[in-house]
Write a protein that binds this ligand. Structure first.
Ligand SMILES: Cc1cc2nc3c(=O)[nH]c(=O)nc-3n(C[C@H](O)[C@H](O)[C@H](O)COP(=O)(O)O)c2cc1C
Length: 198
């Protein structure tokens, strides 16, 4: 391996090992340019994908569209809890305003590809794409975090994202510019989760 390749590999590895989700309070309000979001999506395209089903779908929500998403969350809450207090409704409306850009990542599965490509494997592929997106955002110097909550599994929200059957809304990736570094966390020892077969 050439020295330059090795150095780049180490930079990638360092990025992976030191990755941390960004608490939304650290977003400084500046919106990532669309070209940068497109680059993150380009990175998502190289996720491992059994049978090349391409089960991932991305919805970019930024600017005023975030209010539309907040309204959807509020309507979904009222459907679940018709007597939800105003404060809870307002909280749902403001959720998407925590970041300048949200990418909703969905798994749109094709059950006819099973059993060769089971639905769970299609969902895993879309989840891998979501993680590629997060890693790319952070490699580009942005803050990012995956959030779901009840909205990701709510029937009204699912319908709005054109999801049915075994499709899944995997996460809302909140992306934004940051002016201070994302705090680091202690990570567990991988050995605790690892066994070696003999
Ligand atoms: C699919 C998925 C959904 C998540 N949903 C939430 C959520 O709704 N609320 C939350 O606080 N964290 C949620 N998290 C966890 C955060 O994205 C993040 O992983 C966590 O804050 C720990 O930070 P770390 O990624 O730096 O370890 C979710 C993670 C995943 C993978």
């Amino acid at each position: 391996m050439a020295e330059a390749d090795r150095l780049e590999t180490n930079a990638v590895l360092d990025g992976l090992i030191n990755r941390n989700s960004t608490p939304p309070r650290l977003f400084d309000g500046r919106e990532p340019p669309r070209a940068d979001i497109d680059r993150m999506l380009e990175a998502a395209m190289s996720a491992p994908d059994h049978g090349f089903v391409r089960p991932w779908r991305f919805h970019i929500i930024e600017g005023d569209a975030r209010d539309k998403l907040g309204e959807l969350f509020a309507r979904a809450l009222l459907e679940r809890e018709p007597f939800a207090p105003t404060v809870a409704i307002e909280k749902e409306k403001s959720r998407p305003l925590r970041a300048p850009t949200i990418v909703a990542v969905c798994a749109k599965v094709d059950p006819t590809r099973a059993p060769k490509v089971p639905v769970i494997e299609q969902i895993v592929a879309a989840a891998a794409a979501m993680e590629h997106l997060v890693l790319a955002a952070q490699a580009m110097g942005y803050g990012a975090i995956v959030l779901t909550g009840r909205n990701a599994h709510d029937p009204m929200v699912r319908k709005a994202f054109d999801l049915a059957g075994e499709d899944e809304l995997l996460g809302f990736v909140y992306v934004g510019c940051i002016s201070e570094p994302t705090p680091a966390k202690e990570r567990p020892d991988a050995a605790e989760f690892t066994s070696v077969w003999s």
